[in-house]
Design a protein around this ligand. Structure first.
Ligand code: SF4
Length: 347
């Protein structure tokens, strides 16, 4: 596979297949680096089908770098609500402001400059460079690592950084002297549609004749992907606190879900301790009176166990801040975990 002739055949077979069978996706109808950037960031942790409506709504509402840079936080976060991993939108706004300052509101056209933008790693920089600017930068992600591992019949553990670095070199060799945009997108689609993690469709594969795993019947055990997946469990008491027909929520000023609104929650062991903790933080008396259920929410490195209670604010203080009626609550940007809590308010 390292001989030039075979690389040529690999490229031709892949690109021809991509042009005939590749997926028709909204972000593929443009070469606008801004739109490609938005789609790639959304796709980092989210399935293609879920991303489609979010992408169209986002581009419709904030169509330019300038509009994203100038958008108020609540608008930007509302457009992201439900996608999760909210640091992505926070970083995108920072990057958009950076481009306004350092690049006159335009997207930088070199891999190195793209990589300097907040929230952009090697994969996203390679995707934007190749698709929008035609640069020869191969994308490395789960799909391409799997394909390369099978094509070359290699048993390196793809969870390790050193494997990713070695495979980046292979990808950058494979992408030379062809259309980088079609090549990378062909690899993405081959991984998503044909060379899938389980039961790859080798009989429909455009590069089967070059695949060493196919020849040696080892595709079923490749790639080797052994990770340490230890996660931390965190147990909260979370409360839906009512005052009349309004609910108590605050905006997170920092942490994992910064800028999103949340119901109050504390790492405490009893409703009584919750009431004390709430008084300590907000100077108001509350009473929890009904247990709903546990909501479990899994983040990349932690699991939240939210034991949800219904309660009320006892103090007669109509001026109390942080209270939202139904309409106001529905308009707030709220993380997926707390959106699940809010669904229990009619419990
Ligand atoms: Fe993957 Fe099979 Fe194609 Fe090899 S022949 S690249 S294992 S789908």
């Amino acid at each position: 596979m390292n001989e030039l002739m075979n690389i040529k055949i690999f490229q031709e077979n892949l690109i021809q297949w991509y042009k005939t069978h590749g997926r028709d996706l909204p972000w593929r109808r443009t070469k606008d680096p801004y739109a490609i950037w938005i789609s790639e960031i959304m796709l980092q942790q989210t399935q293609v089908e879920t991303v489609k409506p979010y992408f169209l709504r986002f581009i419709d509402t904030l169509p330019t770098i300038e509009s994203l840079a100038n958008a108020d936080e609540d608008t930007a976060f509302k457009l992201w609500e439900g996608l999760g991993y909210y640091r992505r939108i926070r970083h995108m706004q920072e990057a958009a402001k950076d481009m306004m300052l350092r690049h006159n509101g335009t997207f930088p056209d070199s891999y190195e400059e793209i990589l300097k933008l907040k929230g952009i790693g090697n994969y996203t920089a390679s995707a934007i460079s190749s698709i929008a600017f035609g640069l020869e930068k191969g994308v490395i992600d789960g799909n391409t690592l799997r394909i390369l591992s099978r094509i070359y019949n290699r048993q390196d553990n793809i969870a390790l950084d050193k494997t990713k670095k070695a495979y980046q070199i292979l990808m950058d060799e494979l992408i030379k002297d062809c259309d980088p945009s079609d090549f990378n997108q062909g690899m993405m689609d081959l991984g998503a549609m044909i060379c899938t993690p389980r039961n790859p469709k080798c009989d429909q594969c455009p590069v089967q004749s070059l695949c060493m795993a196919y020849a040696k019947n080892t595709a079923g055990i490749l790639p080797v992907n052994i990770k340490n997946t230890s996660k931390t469990d965190i147990y909260y008491i979370t409360a839906i606190l009512k005052k009349g027909n309004r609910y108590f929520l605050t905006k997170n000023e920092e942490g994992l879900l910064q800028n999103l609104y949340a119901f109050p929650q504390y790492e405490v062991e009893s409703p009584l301790s919750f009431e004390d903790a709430f008084y300590e933080e907000h100077g108001r008396n509350v009473r929890l009176y009904e247990y709903c259920k546990e909501i479990k929410h899994v983040f990349s490195h932690r699991i939240w166990h939210m034991n949800v209670y219904i309660g009320e604010i006892i103090d007669d203080d109509e001026s109390l801040e942080h209270l939202y009626d139904e309409d106001a609550l529905n308009a707030l940007p709220i993380s997926t975990a707390h959106r699940k809590v809010s669904e229990l308010r009619f419990y």
